[in-house]
Design a protein around this ligand. Sequence first.
Ligand code: PLP
Length: 392
Amino acid sequence: MTANEIIYLDNNATTQLDPAVIEEMLPFLTKYYGNPSSGYSFAATARKAINLARERLAALLGCEPMEIVFTSGGTESDSAAINSARQFSARGQHVITSAVEHSAVLRPCQDLAKRGCTVTFLGVDRHGNLDLGELQAAIRPETALVSIMWANNETGVLFPIEKIAEICSEKDLLFHTDAVQATGKIPMRLRDTAINFLSLSAHKFHGPKGVGALYVSRGARFNPLIAGGGQENARRGGTENVASIVGLGKAAELALKYLAEGKCSIGSMRDRFEKSVLEIVGGAAVNGEGAARLSNTSSLSFEGIESPAALLLLDRQGICCSAGSACRTGSQEASHVLRAMNPNADGARRSLRFSLGRFNTDAEIDRVMGVVPKVIEKLRQSAVRTHVTTAP
Ligand code: PLP
């Protein structure tokens, strides 16, 4: 199957580069290779391009350009925020996060716990919602940081981040949000919020892989994770990844244009897909149905199937989707997000995540709507046959 024949519905794992992003990046991989820190005018082209990217990203986030620190992606931004906040807080050694964060937040928090910090992992209800009363009750005099994701990568469930940031600000606590899945998909005006740190990653909104940013609000103290030269206003050492930063800036500009036009049909394609699958396939349910969700994400559970077998059959039809986070593909462990939402059920082992992007078409969705019910039916029949032949 060629790349042109596949139907790509795994946009929460990564997205296709927008051709306009590639075009903008190319001169910085070929002609303008100067080090942005060098003094001669040839290098100034690279320096100016980074400044433009910073302005474009600031426009998407609704913040000041100087509040942006370019990084190698979402994982680095998360680690930088978590480590920095903990080092600076005079309050002590307690961090609050949620049980459904991406491993880029969970792992650094677990590492903090191993190094003597106390970490509270807030649970969610069966829709994937947080209880803000529980969050407030978890805050202690020694709490240093609260880190809660904006949108969940597996279910698309959105948390009320502005409200959570307010709660933290009232208690004089630092607040970080992993907005890797939310950036470019929902409008943001960070200057009107009490968020101190926000992580994002270009490859989730049609930019290149290996580049991202950390928003550090004006006035929030920040200790770099990567020390070195004085790049990024001494907040992230290392020669800048110029072409990728340029690509991130262009991707941000395009995302803002699509958000402003409000013409994007992703939400209606997702709704049409979900409605059709739920109507045709019995024993199917939407994970996070009772919560506010990103309009591109559909996480569905199907009775009587195992997700790996479904993924294999869909792959044979050229359909790319996933069982949950791309980082866990190949692991036998069921999704920690779906288990947190429903600890007593086996939904985590029989769910599929379809995530749409702006290059998907109605024709592709029509084809997937035809294939998915057949795949589920086939798996259920083979499960029945296996059961009959193995019955004593
Ligand atoms: N946070 C979330 C919510 C994600 O979905 C991802 C990637 O899947 C990351 C962090 C990590 O981002 P990156 O791949 O840029 O390191």
